[in-house]
Design a binder for this molecule. Structure first.
Ligand SMILES: [Zn+2]
Length: 257
């Protein structure tokens, strides 16, 4: 009975607020991240993105105006990681704030000598545990090609990671995955990256991923959806864990698309 009620509500929302199918088709054809998705997957993603826009409050700030195409495009990128996980993977938060450009964030930290500093620097995106995702629209637009940079996927994957607490590179895994295998693959790759960065060697992942295991996870996710074949070649263990976790195989899909 509850299930039927839930399905009925979901269908009512999609009827009233579903993203226009023509606009959706344009988005799917125009953005390379969606190449190779089958028609049924594109339709499922449209439903997820429509429900995402219903459930989350998308709030443009500082005079930014977001039309239906901008909202739908943002929701499409945000929902790509959860295509096979469902929107419940984004539980526990409600708001996406969007600034027109890089926004200033105050960041307090204490240095090794015990001195407290406050730093104000422009950011492309941010995700607060239990709080909002914050994005710069300029950086969302920079995320539309397949260069490995995608602030939407990056911040939303921090959210996946935060479902069970800190953004530490350990999102809750499904029962059929091994925590040990996950930890082994990620720890080895993270240590390798840190060493390469220290030695000044060229790395496949952006050196920013060496900041912390949580950043490594978010950067690996960006590349998983944007340059999957490269990630599979450079870090096959990490690719395999992400393939199992997301239940998607973008390297295979993008080849097909
Ligand atoms: Zn990050």
């Amino acid at each position: 009975m509850l299930d039927r009620l839930r399905r009925w509500r979901r269908e009512r929302i999609l009827e009233r607020e579903g993203i226009d199918p023509v606009l959706w088709q344009e988005l799917m054809d125009g953005l390379p991240q969606f190449d190779g998705l089958e028609a049924a997957e594109r339709e499922r993603l449209r439903e997820l993105a429509s429900l995402f826009l219903h459930q989350k409050r998308l709030q443009p700030l500082d005079g930014l105006e977001m039309d239906a195409a901008m909202r739908a495009g943002l929701a499409a990128l945000a929902c790509l990681p959860v295509l096979n996980l469902g929107l419940s993977a984004y539980r526990g938060w409600h708001t996406v704030l969007v600034y027109p450009g890089g926004f200033l964030a105050r960041h307090a930290y204490t240095d090794d000598a015990g001195v407290a500093h406050e730093e104000v620097s422009p950011l492309a995106g941010e995700a607060w545990e239990g709080g909002p995702v914050v994005l710069s629209w300029d950086d969302v637009e920079r995320s539309l090609d397949l260069d490995g940079y995608n602030v939407v996927i990056h911040e939303l994957c921090h959210k996946l990671d935060m479902v069970n607490g800190d953004a530490n590179g350990h999102p809750p895994l499904p029962a059929d995955m091994s925590l040990q295998a996950w930890t082994a693959a990620f720890s080895e790759a993270y240590a390798g990256l840190c060493q390469a960065v220290e030695e000044g060697r060229e790395t496949f992942l952006d050196p920013y991923a060496a900041e912390a295991p949580g950043e490594f996870f978010a950067v690996a996710c960006e590349v998983f959806f944007e340059q999957p074949a490269g990630l599979r070649d450079a870090l096959p263990g990490v690719y395999e864990q992400l393939r199992q976790y997301f239940r998607q195989d973008p390297a295979h899909r993008l080849l097909r698309g």
